[in-house]
Design a protein around this ligand. Structure first.
Ligand code: MG
Length: 337
C-alpha cells in the first residue's frame, strides 16, 4: 500500500455566511491510497471553525503507519487505530476511510454503494444551500440552484423572515432551514416554526445551542416540523444522547471520521427511531460521492458541495431530477478533471 497526499484550496462561488462565521475558500487535503495498481481517493475538508487545518492533517498523516491498513480492511480495527493516534482530527480520518472504501470497491470490482449495501433507487433529493445575503444576491443564488428540488437556507439573524420571503418570491420548492444554533428564545422560536411550516419548510437543523438540550427538546416536543441535530452530533457516541432531544440527526463524514462510522450511526439512529439527514461541508466530488453512496440509507440528503465550489478537481458527478446519480463503475465513481 502506498499513501500520497496534497493540499488544495477549494474556492467557494460566493462568500459563505452562517450564524457565526464567513469565508470564501476551504482548505482540503486530497489523499490517495494505491494497492495492486488501484487507487482509492480520499478527501478531508477542513472548515476552519472545526479546528482542523492542513498543518494538523499533515501532522496526523506523519504519524500514520501504513502497514496498519492491511487489505482486506478491518474497518472497526482501522478506526480504533486512527483514534489511538490522536483525538479529534475527524476530517483527515475520514479522508483515509473514504480512500479505503473507494479502493476496496475497486479491488472487488463493485460500485461502492453495493459494497456498503445501499440501493441507488432509494436516493433522496439533495438540497442546495443558500447562505445569508442581501436580497439581490439571494435571488442570484436561487437562479444558480435551479437544478435543486429542495433549497436549504441558513437562518439565525434578525432578518430570518425577510430572507424566507425573498426566497418565496423566487421559488416554490420545499425548504430546509438550518439555524446553526442561532436561536435563543423558546416561545419566539416556536412561533417562527409555525410560520416556517406555512412557508413550506420541511425540517429545521440545530435551532438552539448544542449545549442546551433542554431548549432543543422543548422545541422538538412542540414542533410540527422535524428538528434535526447537527452540531450536537458528531460521532457514534453522540447518537444515543440525541434521542428524546431531536427528531433526527445530521450525519457528516467529516465529523463521523468517515463512511464506516457513518454507517454505524445510521444503524444506531434507525434502532432508536431517529430520522437521518446526511450532510456535507465544502467538499469536492470525492467526499460528496462517498456521502451519496450512503444517502439511500438516509431520509434526506444535503450534499451540495460541488454546486457551491468553483474549482472541483474531480469531474462533476451526474445529477438528475434533484438527485445524485451513483455511477455503476467500481469505486465511488470519481474521475479527475
Ligand atoms: Mg447544519
Amino acid at each position: 500500500m502506498k499513501l500520497s497526499y496534497s493540499p488544495f484550496q477549494l474556492q467557494l462561488k460566493h462568500r459563505f455566511t452562517i450564524a457565526k462565521f464567513s469565508r470564501t475558500a476551504t482548505p482540503i487535503m486530497l489523499l490517495q491510497l494505491e494497492h495492486e495498481g488501484y487507487i482509492g481517493y480520499g478527501e478531508a475538508s477542513m472548515v476552519p471553525y472545526l479546528g482542523e487545518s492542513l498543518e494538523t492533517a499533515t501532522a496526523f498523516l506523519s504519524k500514520l503507519d501504513i502497514s496498519q491498513l492491511q487489505y482486506p480492511f478491518n474497518y472497526p480495527g482501522i478506526i480504533a487505530y486512527l483514534d489511538s493516534l490522536a483525538k479529534g482530527n475527524t476530517a483527515i480520518k475520514a479522508a483515509i476511510d473514504i480512500a479505503l472504501h473507494d479502493l476496496e470497491s475497486k479491488l472487488l470490482h463493485k460500485p461502492c454503494y453495493e459494497l456498503i449495501g445501499s440501493d441507488p433507487l432509494l436516493m433522496p433529493s439533495t438540497s442546495i444551500t443558500i447562505g445569508m445575503d442581501e436580497p439581490a444576491v439571494v435571488l442570484q443564488k436561487v437562479k444558480e440552484a435551479a437544478q435543486a428540488s429542495v433549497i436549504k437556507v441558513k437562518l439565525g439573524s434578525p432578518d430570518d423572515k425577510q430572507l424566507i420571503e425573498t426566497l418565496r418570491a423566487a421559488t416554490t420548492v420545499p425548504l430546509y432551514v438550518d439555524a446553526n444554533q442561532g436561536w435563543t428564545d423558546r416561545q419566539q422560536s416556536l412561533e417562527l416554526v409555525y410560520w416556517l411550516q406555512e412557508q413550506g419548510v420541511q425540517l429545521i437543523e440545530q435551532p438552539f445551542n448544542k449545549t442546551d438540550p433542554d431548549s432543543n427538546a422543548w422545541l422538538t416536543q412542540r414542533s410540527p416540523i422535524p428538528i434535526i441535530a447537527d452540531e450536537a452530533v458528531q460521532r457514534l457516541g453522540d447518537v444515543e444522547p440525541a434521542n428524546g432531544v431531536y427528531h433526527g440527526i445530521n450525519i457528516k463524514l467529516m465529523k463521523s471520521a468517515g463512511m464506516y462510522e457513518a454507517g454505524q450511526m445510521i444503524a444506531k439512529a434507525r434502532e432508536l427511531g431517529l430520522k437521518i439527514l446526511i450532510g456535507c461541508m465544502s467538499e469536492t466530488s470525492c467526499a460528496t460521492l462517498a456521502a451519496a453512496a450512503l444517502a439511500p440509507q438516509c431520509d434526506w440528503a444535503d450534499l451540495d458541495g460541488p454546486f457551491l465550489t468553483s474549482n472541483n478537481p474531480f469531474k462533476m458527478p451526474d445529477f438528475a431530477d434533484g438527485k445524485w446519480v451513483l455511477s455503476k463503475v467500481p469505486g465511488l465513481g470519481l474521475a479527475p478533471v
